[in-house]
Design a protein around this ligand. Structure first.
Ligand SMILES: Cc1cc2nc3c(=O)[nH]c(=O)nc-3n(C[C@H](O)[C@H](O)[C@H](O)COP(=O)(O)OP(=O)(O)OC[C@H]3O[C@@H](n4cnc5c(N)ncnc54)[C@H](O)[C@@H]3O)c2cc1C
Length: 302
């Protein structure tokens, strides 16, 4: 289902993000966990595209299988990096032929060690707004989501220019903004207000990631620049850096509180960074008092 129709029929969207596992065995395991998550009735699920376009076929296979075999509305992430325009067209055309309705259009990060982003010669795209333009012009049937950064994109010289750049993606035709993960809802509300001030009316979906391990969160925070509030950091340290179970309990507890607060504050959607697991997301729904996404919507409206 096209993002536009999802947004038209659902006052709040709930979606789950996966990344492509490295092995066939891993992919089977993920498909089975995704079947458990299907019972939560997500609005859509999405599959990331590996750094530098490194998971081109594994992303595609997983997206198609999640939709065909698991009956989920699956969206494919696609990045500019590592591709010429002709390659991007080829990938988009394959998705169109396979009945995929939605693309999450991103620039991608420069490879490890590289200081800045370099478009692929001879005609690669430099920014995500160019990918949105290409999709709108040549593949108008796709729904398009783009990334937004409540704490500012790590490369941006100022929050204001970051918002102007987000507006370029919206003006190019994005249907939906999915935010980078954040741990302090105040950053999200401030971002939402700033978007409103610069005239961005596109629905904004909040990216929530339950922390599952100390190592994982440190790596992720370094990569995307997410700030860990002192209160959360204190709880994680108390849990013990080597105690994954205790860290996960803190992570689930924190993410549940974030979701409850977002639902009380008219969030348009929540996108769960599942880290390919199902238990944390299922537990968050349970703690919020809902058996599926319909239940969460009802909770928000009471
Ligand atoms: C929801 C979500 C999903 C993601 N999924 C993936 C994934 O699957 N694979 C992956 O590799 N990465 C993924 N990322 C990470 C993303 O690729 C990086 O954050 C990347 O550095 C920026 O991507 P973007 O699409 O936001 O880029 P852009 O919107 O192009 O922005 C990149 C930087 O350039 C600036 N900028 C943008 N447009 C212009 C312009 N026209 N002129 C001047 N400056 C400009 C922006 O302010 C920003 O600092 C995801 C991020 C999010 C939020």
């Amino acid at each position: 289902m096209h993002f536009r129709d999802v947004l038209k029929t659902q006052p709040i969207t709930f979606s789950f993000e996966f990344f492509p596992p490295r092995t066939d065995e891993g992919a089977e395991g993920l498909l089975s966990r995704a079947r458990q998550l299907r019972d939560l009735n997500p609005s859509f699920v999405s599959v990331t595209y590996g750094a530098g376009g490194s998971t081109r076929s594994t992303t595609r296979d997983l997206v198609v299988r999640l939709q065909r075999e698991n009956g989920l509305n699956a969206a494919a992430h696609l990045t500019c990096i590592g591709h010429t325009r002709a390659e991007l067209r080829e990938i988009l055309d394959a998705y169109r032929r396979q009945g995929i309705d939605n693309i999450v259009a991103l620039r991608g990060d420069p490879p490890q060690g590289a200081k800045e982003f370099v478009p692929t010669p001879p005609d690669g795209l430099r920014y995500a707004n160019e990918l949105v333009e290409l999709i709108r012009r040549e593949f108008p049937g796709f729904g398009v989501a783009v990334g937004g950064y409540p704490e500012g994109h790590p490369e941006t010289p100022s929050r204001l220019s970051d918002l102007e750049n987000l507006k370029r993606k919206v003006d190019a035709g994005a249907d939906l903004i999915i935010t980078q993960l954040f741990f302090d809802n105040r950053d999200f509300y401030d971002f939402r207000d700033r978007c409103e001030l610069v005239g961005i009316r596109t629905p904004i979906v909040a990216g929530i990631m339950p922390i599952m391990s100390w190592k994982g969160i440190m790596k992720m925070a370094a990569l995307c620049g997410a700030r860990i509030p002192a209160k959360l950091l204190g709880r994680l340290l108390k849990a013990g850096q080597d105690n994954d179970d205790a860290i996960a309990r803190v992570g689930i507890d924190w993410a549940t509180q974030q979701c409850r607060d977002l639902l009380d504050n008219q969030v348009r959607g929540i996108h769960f960074y599942t880290l390919n697991r199902s238990n944390a997301t299922i537990e968050i729904y349970r703690r919020l008092g809902a058996t599926d996404s319909h239940g969460l919507r009802e909770l928000a409206s009471t």
